[in-house]
Design a binder for this molecule. Structure first.
Ligand code: KG4
Ligand code: ZN
Length: 344
């Protein structure tokens, strides 16, 4: 069953065709990074205009990449939240038009359900239950995943998302946007032990996160560092990047391990843009493997926003009979607890 998946929740226009909920026939992502780069972050108004420009060619490219035409698509899955309202609307209205004209089922997907399930686009998959860490520019959350459609939120960030912290620190270091990739690259030549930035663990056993403190701490450090030759002698830009990255990764790994202990699961899944980070991947494995815990993450193209994870999530909802009608709307906030449980 070929499902068309569409995601326009933030600054990527994405469409993909996925067969039977696992085989990606084509996945196309049109990135707007160059457009938002000069502003150091996503400008919502520009993002929706770009989605409008891109949605038709991106879906066409996905269909031709899959060597299919509209008639071969049996269902449409589209992200309806959380995300930027103007951006989400472009994907939703395109999906409504497509499903209406083709008289096929349509379902609205929670973007975070897409990230949680993105691992099932790969061959090496965990068995349920597992702990999932979704870690991106907009979200940092921990879930217990007991099956398709069965997610319990265990903790989340109380302020900035981890990716947001990477992006803001990159801005302070004048490294451009988005920050994650640049900080990771620069960190290779830095000493992660050089500066001890604070790790916010919150209350003992807490599975919530807070990254605004570390961001402020880096900003204050850099302010002093920029005007002091002596400080500059002691630490390089790469040392600051590496020390910051280490602090964020430390907290992520530690919280995941607490979640694993609390739930007794034997697998961890990481998804979202920050899950591309190699230090996070390595450190997570180093903490989990000795305890017999498997660590799973999709390839980078499925970690960042993509339509394939939405098509996959949609497939599981459509085969269980879920249907949306043309009155479906977008939601800027969409807690995973509000998700309709899958029947059966
Ligand atoms: O999942 P994603 O594409 O979009 C959101 O839903 O936010 O994630 C983008 C975020 C950005 O904040 C970016 O800086 C971060 O993921 N990111 C990384 C890396 N690659 C992307 N953060 C750390 N290390 C990376 N290698
Ligand atoms: Zn995302």
């Amino acid at each position: 069953m070929n499902i068309l998946g569409i995601d326009t929740s933030c600054d990527d226009t994405s469409a993909a065709v996925v067969s039977d909920g696992c085989r990606v026939l084509a996945s196309v992502v049109n990135s707007q990074v160059k457009i938002h780069h000069p502003y150091g972050g996503v400008v919502p108004e520009l993002a929706s205009r770009e989605h409008l420009r891109n949605i038709v060619p991106v879906v066409s490219e996905a269909l031709s990449g899959a060597k299919l035409d509209m008639r071969d698509i049996r269902g449409v899955a589209v992200t309806i939240g959380p995300g930027l309202i103007g951006s989400l609307l472009v994907g939703l209205y395109y999906a409504k038009g497509f499903a209406y004209v083709r008289k096929i089922p349509m379902v609205g997907i929670n973007h975070l359900e897409g990230h949680i399930l993105s691992i099932f686009l790969e061959e090496d998959i965990p068995s349920f239950p597992f702990v999932a860490l979704t870690v991106s520019g907009g979200h940092t959350s921990l879930y217990l995943v007991e099956g398709f459609g069965r997610y319990t939120l265990m903790g989340q960030t109380l302020d900035d998302a981890a990716g947001e912290a990477f992006d803001k620190v990159a801005k302070v270091l004048h490294l451009g946007y988005p920050g994650g990739v640049v900080i990771e690259k620069l960190s290779h030549s830095g000493d992660k032990e050089k500066i001890h930035f604070p790790r916010a663990h919150l209350a003992p056993g807490s599975l919530d996160f807070s990254f605004s403190g570390i961001k402020t701490s880096v900003a204050l450090y850099v302010k002093k560092w920029e005007t002091s030759a002596q400080e500059k002698d002691q630490a390089s830009l790469a040392d600051i990047a590496a020390s910051f990255q280490e602090a964020v990764v430390d907290v992520l790994v530690q919280k995941v391990m607490v979640a694993v202990e609390k739930t007794g699961v034997s697998s961890v899944v990481m998804a979202g843009g920050v899950a591309c980070n190699k230090v996070l991947r390595e450190n997570m494995k180093a903490a989990a493997s000795p305890k017999g815990i498997g660590v799973f993450y999709p390839r980078p193209a499925y970690c960042t926003d993509n339509g394939a994870m939405i098509a996959l999530a949609g497939y599981h909802r459509i085969i269980h009979g879920e249907r949306a009608d043309l009155s479906m709307d977008v939601k800027s906030r969409f807690p995973i607890d509000d998700l309709a449980p899958l029947p059966g």
